[in-house]
Design a protein. Structure first.
Lengths: 434, 460
């Protein structure tokens, strides 16, 4: 049965003793200075709903849509409040009560969550169409004759910067089963993700390559379902459960030493299948084993003892800075490992990014549902990135990757966005070539 | 009197429509501060931006006889900024500018909503230091610090907020704007009225500007952890350090329960297998710091410390202090309801007080985590309970009575740094006696005859 704010374990709500230590880390409280837009304020509203003092109102729907779900509060919270669970339960209540007042938000939710991300084939077809639009000249033509004016305003705003869809997706780049040269140290499953697969299939190839270079045998089935992260994050708990079961069926966890994700947002959700499937006896035990085996690629490499490449990934010595994906740093507490990998690279100097763990505004489909706040956060992020003087900004989540690339392009900054693993793979390849 | 629509309109005319909140979803998050189990929804919340706007709002509220509760970031621990029934919350969060830093006179002027940590950061850019560091300093406001006379981890050597306030601007209950104090180190003109408003918990006036003094930033600092198998040994070490005429900047104590919770949260390497941890910090001239640190380590070992560890670098030292600042909130990991006490005794009475708290926990079958500023006698026994368990809550109240009684017998105070607010109100008469309490009432009545500012706080 779906947990609601009124049926959820009340002690999760009580855990918040409203000390306020979350306030300075919350991007929306920082923007408005209003308690309603703060973690403890939102928890107070949830508790009021649990206590019967407030209904799941349209205003509450607005509020929970405004929350990025970045989980910075969860890192800051000394009392250990599980805000992630409260957040998803609240959004699920809002879905069930059908009170989200913004039609626009509902359109995006329906298109992305209920249609595209439930069907890998549909998502790839949509990707293919978008690519055709982008490369066939139709894009330029339709923009010239003003056809794009027919699009909803948000889409019009994003359309020119829509991610360039890749020429080919992961299955064309990665064989279902690949073996390393030399001894096998571990057997792993590689999750290719949805957005990652559509827009950055090269990052998936790079991930497979660094795994092979570190002695891992890699399984990458061609057709993989979405992990359900976007669904759970947006209150669609049932769909998230369905997707979790499909993924467990595809990758029986007992077969692997590790299940690898290279996207911060997916990884954060993938580690919590056990609570999602706790009520399903057919899956609960496998979900528990699954959770114990999920690793972010960077975490896994450091755990395994990542081999240092002898060549540099870049032609001339370069400075790299690191932006932390919220769901990697706050959701998975992985902060040290990506930096450790970047420090392994010859010819690359890591310089710290101010506010490296502050949300860039991407936050799943937030850039679509809350464009103004997303843009404000992006502007702040781009200013910090350019202030470092780095030539490359590394980040390990496709949402951040796209958002930051868009921000840097609009700002006219010549700074490349790369996954840390892509830099590592490039370095290994150069060793091979030398 | 309930807040009328016409008063709301009049307030909106002053602070702008966006500066007045009246919807349930907006008000519920202003129903509490950092104090456990106190909740009251206000009628409205307003966000003035200037002293003139504060004054106008106060006059409007006074005319409508609507009580005002002033609020900063709402991190107080005695219920000082919890709304009273039918009240208007005046939130100074938007008046957050640091107005001026004068490096010739070593002073800083700020609006009341300026964040404490930002003030110290501004001072640091000039090689200066604002020492008071309440646990919530990352988000607490200077106005709230002054209104509650907040302490912190450095009280032993550097004192508390009061010791740094040189001047105040205050809006009085009739809306008049008064200024007290100046940049002069010496100033004996008339009554020291600023001192009346420091620690007045929003009951006498609304602080709209603060002038504080800064001190040179210490050049060096050493942070150490001493580990004990017996709480009494930690207390004895503190007494020995003070008796050796060393005044370290920090001597913080954490019992086992607290250390476990803090480590669970912060992962800074606090030991979780000993009965007491003493966090010791000395700062100042490098030579003095080195000598004092060596002496403190020796004294700790002489008094039974199992081990003494030094922080390896500045980052580690900062982490340890930051982790300690979150001790209270971290204790909330154990049980749903966390009730924090603030009893303080003369330093000579620390060992018996700590022992008494431990015995009380056993006697009433309660879980108590104790931490605190051992160097200045300020302890924070924290009850870990569940407010839904009426029997347990009853025992908490009985244990509290016992601890307060013992504190007063030892010559202590019911609150060292959190203020009376609502939480400590029941015991104020016991500590102060009728004459002192009567005088406070007469002062309140004189300044605020209609009882409009934070009514029902400190005393009824």
């Amino acid at each position: 049965m779906r947990a609601t704010l009124t049926t959820i374990d009340y002690s999760i709500l009580q855990q918040c003793m409203h000390c306020g230590m979350c306030l300075p880390t919350c991007p929306t409280y920082d923007a408005t200075g209003r308690e309603r837009h703060s973690p403890r304020g939102r928890i107070a509203l949830m508790r009021a709903i649990a206590d019967g003092d407030l209904e799941v109102s349209p205003t509450f729907g607005d509020e929970m849509s405004y929350c990025l779900g970045c989980l910075a509060c969860q890192t800051a919270c000394p009392a250990g409040v599980n805000y992630g669970v409260l957040f998803e339960t609240a959004r699920s209540d809002i879905q069930a009560a059908n009170v989200d007042p913004a039609l626009k938000r509902r359109f995006w939710r329906a298109l992305t969550l209920k249609f595209l991300f439930m069907r890998p084939a549909a998502l790839r077809t949509a990707g293919g169409l978008l690519r055709f639009h982008q490369t066939s000249g139709l894009e330029t033509l339709s923009r010239r004759i003003g056809l794009t004016r027919l699009l909803p305003s948000d889409l019009r705003r994003l359309e020119p910067q829509a991610p360039a869809v890749a020429r080919q997706f992961s299955p064309s780049l990665i064989a279902p089963h690949e073996r390393p040269q030399g001894a096998v140290r571990a057997r792993v499953a590689l999750l290719t993700g949805c957005v990652q697969d559509l827009v950055f299939p090269d990052i998936n190839r790079d991930t497979a390559d660094v795994l092979l270079a570190n002695g891992c045998e890699v399984d990458t089935p061609a057709s993989q379902p979405c992990c359900g992260s976007l669904h759970a994050h947006n209150g669609e708990i049932e769909m998230a459960g369905t997707l979790a079961r499909r993924l467990i069926d595809l990758f029986p966890p007992n077969r692997y030493d590790a299940i690898i994700s290279n996207a911060g947002g997916c990884g954060s959700h993938l580690r919590h299948y056990a609570p999602l499937l706790a009520g399903d006896p057919a899956y609960s035990e496998r979900a528990r084993i699954w959770d114990g085996k999920v690793r972010d690629i960077q975490e896994w490499l450091v755990e395994l003892g990542c081999r240092q490449p002898s060549a540099s990934p870049v032609d001339a010595p370069a400075t790299v800075t690191y932006h932390e994906s919220c769901h990697l740093v706050h959701g998975q507490k992985i902060s040290r490992q990506p930096r450790a990998i970047l420090r392994l690279l010859p010819g690359v100097t890591l310089t710290e990014l101010p506010e490296s763990s502050w949300c860039c505004g991407s936050a799943g489909i937030y850039a679509l549902t809350q464009p103004d706040q997303a843009d404000a956060l992006l502007k702040r992020k781009v200013e910090h990135i350019t202030s470092t003087g780095a030539e490359i900004v590394a980040t390990a989540n496709p949402g951040c990757h796209l958002q930051i690339a868009r921000g840097l392009k609009n700002a006219g900054a010549n700074i490349r966005v790369m996954h840390p693993v892509s830099l590592l793979a490039a370095a290994y390849r150069r060793v091979g070539r030398a | 009197m309930p807040l009328s629509a016409s008063t709301v309109d009049a307030l909106a005319a002053v602070v702008g429509r966006g500066g007045v909140l009246t919807e349930a979803e907006d008000l519920i998050p202003y129903s509490f501060d950092g104090t456990a189990a106190l909740k009251q929804r206000p009628e409205a919340v307003i966000f003035p931006r200037t002293t003139a706007e504060v004054s106008d709002c106060v006059q409007l509220a006074a005319a409508a006889r609507v009580p005002i509760v002033t609020r900063g970031s709402g991190t107080g621990l005695s219920g000082g900024s919890v709304p009273t029934p039918g009240s208007l919350v005046l939130c100074v969060a938007q008046m957050n500018a640091i107005l001026d830093l004068d490096p010739r006179n070593l002073t800083l002027r700020a609006q009341p909503g300026a964040i404490t940590q930002r003030i110290d950061e501004a001072a640091a850019r000039h090689g200066l230091f604002y020492p008071p560091d309440p646990g919530s300093m990352r988000i607490s406001t200077i106005g709230g610090n002054v209104a509650e006379n907040s302490g912190g981890l450095r009280g032993l050597k550097y004192g508390v907020t009061r010791d740094y306030v040189m001047g105040l601007e205050v809006v009085l209950p009739d809306g008049e704007v008064a200024r007290f104090g100046n940049q002069c180190v010496k100033d004996v003109a008339g009554y020291s009225l600023k001192d009346l408003f420091i620690g007045s918990e929003g009951t006498l006036g609304i602080i709209t500007e603060v002038l504080i003094r800064l001190v040179p930033r210490p050049a060096a600092r050493r942070t150490m952890l001493a580990l004990y198998d017996r709480i009494e040994d930690a207390a004895a070490t503190v007494s020995a350090i003070v008796a050796a005429h060393i005044i370290p900047c920090t001597l913080e104590f954490l019992d086992r329960v607290t250390a476990v919770c803090v480590e669970d949260y912060a992962r800074v390497g606090l030991p979780t297998d000993c009965e007491a941890v003493l966090l010791m910090e000395t700062d100042g001239h490098p030579a003095v710091v080195a000598e004092e640190a060596a002496q403190m380590e020796a004294l700790a070992r002489q008094h039974g410390a199992r081990d003494v560890r030094a922080a390896q670098n500045e980052a580690e030292a900062l982490q340890l202090a930051a982790a300690r600042r979150n001790a209270f909130s971290a204790l909330a990991r154990k049980r749903p309801t966390t009730i924090l006490e603030d009893v303080t005794v003369p330093r000579s009475e620390l060992a018996p007080m700590v022992r008494f708290i431990a015995d009380t926990a056993v006697a009433f079958d309660l879980q108590i985590g104790t931490f605190g500023h051992m160097g200045d006698g300020n302890l924070h026994p924290t009850f870990l309970a569940d407010e839904r368990d009426t029997n347990e809550m009853h025992r908490v109240h009985e244990a509290l009575e016992a601890i307060v009684k013992r504190t007063l017998e030892l010559g202590g105070t019911i609150t060292g740094e959190h203020g009376v607010g609502l939480a400590k109100k029941p015991w104020l008469r016991q500590q102060m006696g009728d004459a002192s309490l009567g005088l406070m009432r007469r002062i309140k009545q004189t300044l605020d005859p209609h009882n409009l500012l934070n009514p029902g706080k400190i005393f009824d």
